[in-house]
Design a protein around this ligand. Structure first.
Ligand code: KG4
Ligand code: ZN
Length: 334
């Protein structure tokens, strides 16, 4: 559960407070997210988390001028909790409400974290549920350039972590283990790299790790670290190569990388290296704005409100929507 307060100051958005209360401890015994437990945890924490966001911003609820809540895509049980709470608050305060698309939130984190980031730029969204490349043009609206054909890259990190016996959530644990491993100990595939398009695929890489684990039986500690390092290197290679190709094809000189996997240290290092070699600018939000947070949702919501968008109390949450339909919730067109 997360809540944040943001405010517009001059032409930019400032974060007044941002509270994220993770659920890792709730789900860890089951090795992954249990939707019913996620929703129940949201119910029991929403009020306190919103209260903390207000008190850390030094504000009473009455000072709020608008409310944003994630409408989807995601687990509807959890989404409904935040959305219903947001609706009730908006109604009580007589302020407007907007529903935000989760990916529009991730994309908004780029300009929130880096106000100097100038359009046009490419936005690479890499999370547990999505892997997609967008072009954010001068006039605002995003265009989808490529997306994953199977697993999201974060999902692949989580599944491989599970194969290696690491606790949930797997991505950060795998990355930690990989630090002790050798990148060249196993030969793993870089799916779709020779494909001329801009789509991604990660399920073949995950399966290759599963086959190694099956073939070798119980792994020694050093082998686990090697396999983690080789997987991470392959996944990062694919992301970096796709981003470079997209920048070249689109003739764009700026890249923003957002979403939970953008917190990955090896990816940040390799993108920065490619940026120096190819001469593009790379922008990453700080890790706490990469993984799910409410500040990015509030920022996207503020842009929508500033554009005059209003969503009524009949607004519903949704579990899925084509990534190409992620609505633009960035600053108004120039
Ligand atoms: O954006 P996010 O917090 O939630 C979704 O929208 O899915 O992304 C979560 C994903 C998870 O798959 C998690 O394992 C991955 O981001 N992740 C990482 C790291 N931190 C989070 N993957 C690799 N390295 C990390 N440091
Ligand atoms: Zn996310």
């Amino acid at each position: 559960m997360a809540a944040a307060v943001v405010r517009a100051v001059g032409g930019r958005i400032e974060i007044a407070s941002s509270v994220v209360q993770g659920q890792a401890a709730v789900h860890r015994p089951y090795g992954g997210v249990v939707p019913e437990l996620a929703a129940r945890d949201h119910v029991s924490s929403v009020s306190a988390v919103v209260g903390r966001a207000l008190s850390e911003a030094g504000l009473e609820a009455g000072a709020l001028e608008g409310i944003a809540a994630t409408a989807g895509p995601g687990l509807v049980g959890s989404l409904l909790v935040g959305l219903s709470f947001g609706k009730a608050l908006a109604w009580r305060l007589s302020v407007p409400l907007v529903g935000v698309h989760h990916l529009a939130g991730h994309l908004a984190s780029a300009e929130l974290a880096d106000p100097r980031l100038a359009r046009p730029y490419l936005g690479l969204v890499i999370s547990g549920g999505h892997t997609a490349l967008y072009r954010i043009g001068k006039a605002g609206p995003v265009g989808l350039l490529g997306e994953t054909r199977d697993d999201a890259v974060g999902e692949a990190f989580d599944k491989v972590a599970k194969l290696l016996g690491l606790p949930y959530p797997g991505g950060p644990a795998l990355s930690e283990l990989a630090r002790a491993g050798r990148d060249d100990a196993f030969s793993l595939p870089r799916p779709l790299l020779s494909d001329p398009g801009l789509d991604f695929s990660f399920s073949g890489l995950k399966t290759a790790v599963a086959l190694e684990v099956e073939r070798r039986g119980p792994l020694a500690a050093a082998e686990r670290a090697d396999l983690a390092a080789c997987f991470e290197a392959a996944a990062v290679d694919v992301l970096v190569a796709r981003a470079r190709r997209a920048l070249e094809r689109e003739g764009v000189g700026r890249l923003a990388v957002v979403g939970g996997v953008a917190a990955n240290a090896r990816l940040r290092r390799e993108i920065a290296r490619a940026a120096r070699t190819d001469g593009f600018e790379a922008s990453f939000p700080p890790p706490e704005l990469c993984t799910d947070n409410a500040a990015m949702i509030a920022a996207a919501g503020l842009h929508l409100l500033a554009r005059g968008e209003r969503h009524g109390l009949a607004l519903n949450s949704f579990s899925r929507v084509p990534v190409g339909e992620a609505p633009w919730a960035g600053p108004a067109p120039e």
